[in-house]
Design a protein around this ligand. Structure first.
Ligand SMILES: Cc1cc2nc3c(=O)[nH]c(=O)nc-3n(C[C@H](O)[C@H](O)[C@H](O)COP(=O)(O)O)c2cc1C
Length: 369
């Protein structure tokens, strides 16, 4: 179906039942401007997302599905009525400006700290410390050995994903992106290095993918598969305790093949979190991976990491992906689509304000026109 549509970044794209004004996606980005105690979205977040509504699709920052899903400060949630009410104002703003918005539903698993969980241990498939760090109000702290989830805790978490998806639709989101990437909980189940369970959630590829598919089954049954995307980072290796060994590679082959059974809005494949190897471009690895999975997966693919206008246009023209997601470029260029369209220069984002600074470095980047 995608082949009958115009192959330009700037042309509308029909993603299942959803009509996008172009093929440019704003990648999910945690910006830590929510109210911490109740994880409530704030008024400046309405402005921020409204400013970026030139994108065909906005994927929200990671939105926690429960208190136990949290691993950062000042991130929003989608499990309380108050949160749903606050998100409504944001989704409305985005729709008023002509774009669409999915909520990225998120559980960090072991990439957290008891300081962020009311003193409780983070949850994970196995009790293995990722030997990483978490951001707390007292600054960066070393991660701890998490608690191995009981089957009951796994079921509760699947139900939390489901509730979050229903809440997202009630809050006016056009759909949800299940966060299965970047070393967080779902990724921890997939990776053999983080999952050494002896029950039905560990061992074989099918078992390590079980949690992901239980989440997808519940979420798609609740809101419709055309409103659901999944983000995976199959290139992640040697980062936050996640290794890309042969078992894990085979698990991705299994997962991506099986995703054909769902009529999802899209599969979002993002590049590895490590810096590229010497002489390797920022997007080269994910390009190779997406080329491989393009032959396997028959639905829409979003590609991400390190793309610019020219390389983004190229992947669309070559039919390697259907949509291109841009992260950091959207931080400093709220009008990124217009800048791309008219070949205008891009502003550089300030990393010091990525996760702090209130309005500064958040809603004060200028549009050109
Ligand atoms: C400030 C910042 C916050 C991010 N937060 C998230 C997040 O909440 N969820 C997620 O899946 N990826 C997150 N990412 C990764 C981006 O979605 C994207 O994959 C990354 O920036 C690479 O794309 P780019 O090269 O176009 O910037 C974040 C990236 C940045 C720069």
């Amino acid at each position: 179906m995608q082949n009958q549509q115009s192959k330009s970044l700037f042309e509308p794209f029909r993603m299942g039942d959803i009509e996008l004004q172009n093929r440019i996606v704003m990648a999910p980005m945690t910006r830590s401007r929510a109210e911490h105690k109740a994880h409530l979205p704030t008024a400046i977040m309405q402005t921020y997302y409204g400013q970026r509504a030139g994108a065909g699709l906005i994927i929200s920052e990671g939105v926690i599905i429960s208190g136990m899903a949290n691993g950062y400060i000042n991130v929003p949630g989608i499990y309380s009525e108050e949160q749903v009410a606050a998100w409504k104002k944001i989704t409305q703003k985005v729709h008023d400006h002509g774009s669409k918005i999915f909520a990225q539903i998120w559980h960090v698993g072991r990439i957290s700290h008891p300081d962020l969980l009311g003193g409780r241990l983070p949850l994970a498939p196995s009790a293995i410390n990722p030997d990483f760090y978490a951001y707390t109000f007292e600054g960066q702290k070393d991660t701890v050995t998490p608690k191995e989830m009981t089957v009951q805790e796994i079921k509760v978490t699947v139900a939390d994903f489901k509730k979050a998806a229903i809440n997202a639709i009630n809050a006016g989101f056009d759909g949800v992106e299940v966060h299965g990437a970047n070393t967080y909980l779902i990724h921890q189940f997939i990776a053999a290095s983080a999952n050494q369970r002896a029950d039905e959630y560990g061992g074989s590829a099918e078992n390590r993918a079980r949690f992901l598919f239980e989440v997808l089954d519940e979420v798609t049954a609740s809101i419709g598969s055309g409103k659901v995307g999944i983000r995976l980072s199959p290139d992640d290796n040697n980062f936050a305790g996640i290794m890309l060994d042969e078992d894990t590679r085979a698990t991705y082959d299994y997962i991506i093949g099986r995703l054909n059974d769902y009529r999802l809005a899209y599969v979002h494949l993002t590049g590895a979190l490590m810096t590229p190897a010497e002489g390797e471009g920022p997007y080269e690895k994910i390009l190779t991976t997406v080329k491989k999975y393009r032959k396997v997966y028959r639905g829409n693919i979003i590609i991400n990491k390190g793309f610019d206008k020219q390389t983004g246009e190229q992947v669309i023209r070559d039919g390697i992906a259907d949509l291109v997601a841009y992260g950091a470029p959207f931080i400093a260029n709220p009008d990124l689509v217009e800048r791309f369209r008219h070949n205008l220069p891009l502003a550089t984002p300030d990393p010091d304000t990525f996760y702090q600074g209130g309005e500064k470095g958040y809603i004060d980047y200028l549009t050109i026109q």
